[in-house]
Write a protein that binds this ligand. Structure first.
Ligand SMILES: [Mg+2]
Length: 366
């Protein structure tokens, strides 16, 4: 393929309610919609692909304006370039981008266009194996932000009634509030599985206190994501040893070397793959395969993303032959989603729609 043009425009979708985590707060998505046009150098046909670059400043360190500037500049270096395969694409994008989020959005858009040219789904370009045509289906959790404990209990009960049996509970800002939140959840949804996520805010002993509270409330603990700071691998290892549930490294694993360090220190038993964090679907898939070889469980998650980004993440999960934990819910937290296609959602069940590319298009505005 030859890259003809890369463009980006703001993707700013308001959330139903503020998304508050221990490290920050979001009211509106701060992303960029990337559109990539390529030419099939064999036939001369034009193909267009879409990708989402999603900034979450508290986590990604970059904001929407940074993405738009970086992608705008990148067009100058990318337009007119011929790409023969994965190693060409990697070298080209590595030479152009400093931040993983802009790179991820552009790589996702190029993979979408390239897959359309090849009349393949994106997961095939990521190395998926054929599965005999069985629909690829996963069950996602849904995320509860940090908020007034009684309100979080109400949200939990609403999601449970909508078919979600796994709730990701954001914790780590105030231990007393976290305890009250868990009490409200236990009272309203005693059978639910909770997945704690502290986004790196806790000391190991405080993380263990929260685990004891979950146990004393007779809630099922599905996993504990990033209890301690990204570089506190000792604390993470302490929790891993004693948690009795998977400990998931998220902020601790950006690169494949980070993964090796986490495994070496026994600092987690699972890793959360995110296309935005690893600089694109290709590297996310590579880290996922390495994690599996090393015996880790795999979660696939996202920043606060629309259906476009979540569909790309489902292709990532499909390319790995399925994953252990799925956290692809953020489209449900938006007031509206400007995209359609990619997958079908019924309650917590997501079914990938097989087709060319990532399969997502811009929805007609009402
Ligand atoms: Mg996380």
């Amino acid at each position: 393929m030859r890259i003809a043009r890369i463009e980006a425009r703001p993707l700013s979708i308001p959330l139903r309610e503020p998304f508050v985590i221990s490290s920050g707060r979001v009211d509106t998505t701060r992303g960029a919609l990337v559109s990539a046009r390529i030419v099939d150098t064999g036939t001369g046909e034009l193909h267009r692909g879409l990708g989402e670059a999603a900034a979450l400043p508290a986590v990604t360190g970059v904001d929407q304006g940074d993405l738009l500037r970086a992608i705008g500049r990148a067009n100058g270096a990318l337009a007119g370039q011929d790409v023969e395969g994965h190693s060409d694409l990697r070298a080209l994008l590595d030479g152009v981008f400093d931040d993983p989020v802009s790179r991820a959005g552009v790589e996702a858009a190029l993979l979408d266009a390239w897959a359309r040219q090849e009349r393949l789904p994106v997961h095939a370009l990521l190395g998926s194996e054929r599965n005999g045509g069985t629909p690829f289906q996963v069950t996602t959790d849904v995320t509860l932000p940090i908020a007034d404990p009684a309100h979080v209990g109400e949200l939990a009960s609403g999601w449970q009634q909508a078919g979600f049996s796994s709730l990701k509970v954001k914790v780590g800002r105030d231990l007393d509030d976290d305890a009250r939140t868990l009490e409200h959840i236990a009272r309203r949804c005693p059978t639910v599985e909770v997945r704690l996520d502290a986004n790196g805010a806790l000391a190991a002993r405080d993380a263990m206190t929260l685990i004891s509270i979950v146990r004393s409330l007779h809630l099922r603990l599905g996993c504990f994501e990033q209890p301690c700071a990204a570089d506190d691998l000792e604390g993470m290892a302490h929790v891993t040893l004693l948690a009795g549930a998977p400990v998931v490294a998220d902020e601790s694993v950006q690169t494949i070397d980070d993964l090796f360090a986490v495994v070496h220190k026994k600092a987690a038993t699972a890793v959360n793959l995110k296309i935005m964090k690893h600089g694109g679907p290709v590297e996310a898939a590579r880290i996922g395969r390495a994690a599996r070889r090393l015996g880790l469980k795999i979660m696939v998650g996202a920043m606060v993303e629309t259906r476009l980004g979540l569909a790309a993440s489902l292709h990532l999960a499909r390319s790995l032959g399925g994953v252990d934990l799925v956290d692809l819910d953020t489209s449900l937290l938006l007031r509206w989603d400007p995209f359609a296609g990619g997958y079908q959602q019924r309650g917590a069940e997501l079914t990938l729609l097989e087709g060319n590319g990532v399969g997502v298009h811009e929805a007609a505005m009402a």
